[in-house]
Design a protein around this ligand. Structure first.
Ligand code: NAD
Ligand code: UGA
Length: 471
């Protein structure tokens, strides 16, 4: 039987809140701390500040029992054996990660430590941050025997965060002492021994007692590099397929067939080969930049990462030019924008390609009506509603009298549109799909001119192929 560990999680964002709820579901006693008072109040009152599958159910099950929320970091640290730091590490001006939130938390922990704690670096941080945390604790007068610092990077994806956390491909622990590694082994034992998967009400996923989660214990530097290198590799895979998509389009080939053909090679694999608007989100853009910065700092040539970034940025321009090519001029054109979140099944709009594209369309004089199943409220803070920027309650309302419909986010809902109804709603049946959710011949059958990424466009009826617009 796994031991119950008392855990403090600092930060109640996409990672901290999910980790807190999942640790509670694994049988631990968790206090989740945030310095955002409104967020803590919302959590204490039964609210859920982010859109994430399974999270409301887990919080309803454990709130006030095995998971509590507070702004009182001192007390939470005092009552815990392990303190997980899960605050933001945004991109700084130089491209390096801004570690000021981590440092502020470490300084606060230093003031509060009275007896031995294992401090766990959960945020994504550059190599040697573990060493810096130790140094800061020493500088604040904390004796060496009062703490250990472990690196335990998180690999969850937004939209599937709870399942990813409880059914991980791997759990990485970077530790320099056996004692602290052992505490992390105990914390994750329900997943690594598999007892979690037989418990009533366990969140289902790919792990089970026969195939439980795997843990890899490494040095702290290796664990830190594993996280950055994993994100950079996935970003590289996306930029690679986008570059191939642009070539495919130039030679009349089909990127969907090509991605399938490449992905069937088991050494490459089919995932993260979806061509489109490029990667966004709060992690890939900043982590590729931070990893590149680390390499530069150490005098290591990793120019590849800059190429990954450039290809990614070009995808937005390519899409924008497709809209111009399909519509000729943009001033006064009514466009339905489907999707605001950086990917489907999340309400997160940080570094969202959709937001960037909508801003460009508005600058060009277009009138945009946007719909997103979860991200409208967040988007309104960046793109306030006005005469040219409107929001709709559903996708058909967004499409009403539109000169063209743009698919910007890969929400499952957008892959299951009633195409007859959409065709009746629009002014002109033109669909420009930045996420390749449909097949060109299917769209043609439904009477649409259909433009997508890495494939030839299909034109409706009288429409001939338009002239390419100059970049
Ligand atoms: P977030 O911005 O959603 O949440 C961070 C939270 O920390 C906020 O609620 C903020 O109020 C709180 N916070 C900041 N300073 C604090 C302090 N001094 N005391 C208490 N609380 C404080 O961030 P996130 O998306 O959860 O990411 C957190 C870290 O995890 C980042 O390093 C990120 O790169 C990494 N990560 C994120 C994901 C993801 O999918 N979002 C996945 C893996 C790793
Ligand atoms: C990503 C990683 O997948 C996680 O393992 C990691 O923990 C996390 O970053 C992090 O460190 O924060 P996330 O950003 O939530 O997770 O979402 P992804 O599913 O990876 O998608 C990232 C972006 O790439 C999205 O904009 C998505 O639309 C795009 N993408 C993804 C593609 O364009 N093509 C693909 O084939 C896959």
């Amino acid at each position: 039987m796994a031991r119950q560990v008392s855990i403090c999680v600092i930060g109640s964002g996409y990672v901290g809140l999910v980790a807190a709820a999942c640790f509670a579901d694994m049988g631990h006693k968790v206090t989740c701390v945030d310095n955002d008072e409104a967020r803590v109040k919302l959590l204490c009152d039964g609210g859920v500040p982010i859109f994430e599958e399974h999270l409301p159910e887990l919080l309803a099950k454990h709130r006030g029992r095995s998971v509590t929320f507070t702004t009182d970091l001192g007390r939470a640290v005092e009552e815990s054996e392990a303190v997980f730091i899960a605050v933001g590490t945004p991109q700084g001006d130089s491209g390096a990660a801004d570690l000021s939130y981590v440092e502020a938390v470490v300084a606060e922990i230093a003031r509060m430590i009275k007896n031995y704690k294992v401090i766990v670096e959960k945020s994504t941080v550059p190599v040697y941050t573990n060493a810096w945390i130790r140094r800061v604790l020493h500088r604040h007068g904390v004796e060496k025997d009062r703490f250990d610092v472990v690196s335990n990077p998180e690999f969850l994806r937004e939209g599937t965060a709870v399942v990813d956390f409880l059914h991980p491909d791997r759990i990485v622990v970077g530790a320099s002492e056996e004692h602290s590694a052992e505490l992390l082994r105990q914390i994750y034992e329900p997943l690594t021994e598999g007892s979690y998967y037989t418990q009533p009400g366990a969140v289902p996923g790919c792990c089970n007692t026969a195939h439980p989660a795997k843990m890899l214990v490494t040095t702290t530097q290796s664990a830190e590099i594993i996280k950055h290198a994993s994100n950079a590799f996935l970003a590289m895979k996306i930029s690679f397929i986008n570059a191939v998509a642009n070539l495919a389009e130039a030679v009349d080939a089909d990127i969907e067939d090509i991605a399938k053909g490449i992905g069937l090679d088991s050494r490459i694999g089919p995932r993260f080969l979806r061509a489109g608007l490029g990667y966004g989100g709060s992690c890939f853009p900043k982590d590729v930049a931070a990893f590149h910065w680390v390499a530069q700092e150490r005098g290591v040539n990793f120019q590849l990462l800059d190429e990954v970034r450039k290809i990614n940025e070009t995808q937005r321009e390519i899409f924008f030019n497709k809209v111009r090519s399909a519509l000729w001029t943009l001033r006064g054109k009514r466009l339905a924008a489907l999707g605001l979140a950086f990917k489907g099944e999340t309400d997160d709009i940080r570094e969202s390609p959709s937001i960037e594209i909508i801003k460009k369309l508005l600058q060009a004089g277009a009138i945009v009506t946007a719909y997103d199943p979860a991200a409208i409220e967040r988007a309104k803070q960046t793109l306030p509603p006005d005469t040219n920027m409107k929001y709709a309650a559903n996708l058909y309302e967004a499409a009403k009298d539109a000169d063209a419909v743009l698919i910007l986010t890969d929400w499952k809902e957008f892959a299951a549109i009633d195409l007859e109804r959409l065709n009746q709603a629009v002014r002109f049946p033109i669909l420009i799909d930045g996420r390749n959710l449909y097949k060109p011949d299917e769209m043609q059958k439904h009477g649409f001119t259909y433009v997508s990424m890495g494939r030839q466009a299909s034109y409706q009826g009288q429409e001939g192929k338009p002239h390419k617009m100059p970049a």
